[in-house]
Design a protein around this ligand. Structure first.
Ligand code: DX5
Ligand code: ZN
Length: 222
């Protein structure tokens, strides 16, 4: 794999850290600032200890941006809601295999709707747990905090897991994005990219900054 500064790094700001009273303007501003994807954190107060928003909010924003909607479901169960998020304008639907009995089937369902399918791993979930589902996976997302809240501290324990997943993805020969979510800042991003990630999800470090374009640029390799 090429070193970080020679790879294309995808930056996906998380809407969770935006001003919820001005979502339409926030989405337009982040697109103008050079974001690649818009990351949408869906929490149900059951799988994740917080409640955020659902498909109605996606559908409302869909007409105001061309950015791919990268939906991160932190909900349980998963399958009954996949169609609703697809209809609301999701381009990628990622979910936690910890939240469903048959993640392989959930991947099939997402793919059958023409969407990219992603698996999200909690900090305690081993990389090997998804080894036999990579043929159905477009995105692997490593949580570097526990799901539920923005602004938490990055967990360095996840760096070897990112490296292990990089090896698994490369060995598969498949075009699978390797994303990292939680506590991503200009200080933590270099180690994450060095470990083999190609996609950075950042809430506070982007929407919490005064200059969104500068904040996005600061996450990219020098
Ligand atoms: C946490 C979410 C993250 C969160 C990241 O449950 O999945 O996407 O918004 O926020 P920061 O970048 O502030 O850690
Ligand atoms: Zn997320």
């Amino acid at each position: 794999m090429a070193p970080p500064h020679e790879r294309h790094i995808t930056i996906a700001p998380s809407l969770l850290a935006a001003d919820f009273g001005r979502l339409r303007e926030e989405v337009a501003a982040i697109e103008a600032a050079g974001a690649d994807w818009l990351h949408l954190d869906v929490m149900d107060g059951h799988f994740a200890p917080n409640i955020s928003f659902g498909p109605v909010v996606l559908a409302a924003l869909r007409k105001y941006t061309e950015l791919p909607f990268d939906v991160h479901l932190m909900i349980e169960p998963v399958d009954p809601y996949i169609q609703a998020f697809a209809d609301a304008g999701a381009d990628h639907i990622s979910f936690h295999p910890e939240a469903c009995a048959h993640p392989h089937r959930s991947l099939q369902l997402i793919r059958s709707l023409g969407k990219k399918a992603g698996l999200v791993l909690n900090p305690g979930t081993p990389p090997e747990s998804i080894a036999w589902m990579l043929d159905l996976t477009d995105i692997v997302l490593v949580m570097s905090v526990n799901p539920g809240f923005g602004g938490q501290q990055f967990l360095p324990s996840q760096l070897p897991k990112i490296a292990a997943l990089r090896g698994m993805i490369d060995a598969s020969g498949r075009a699978i994005a390797l994303a990292v979510d939680g506590g991503i800042t200009p200080a933590t991003a270099p180690a994450v990219l060095q470990a083999g990630a190609d996609t950075l999800i950042a809430g506070t470090a982007v929407f919490g900054a005064p200059d969104y374009a500068g904040a996005i640029a600061a996450l990219r390799p020098a």
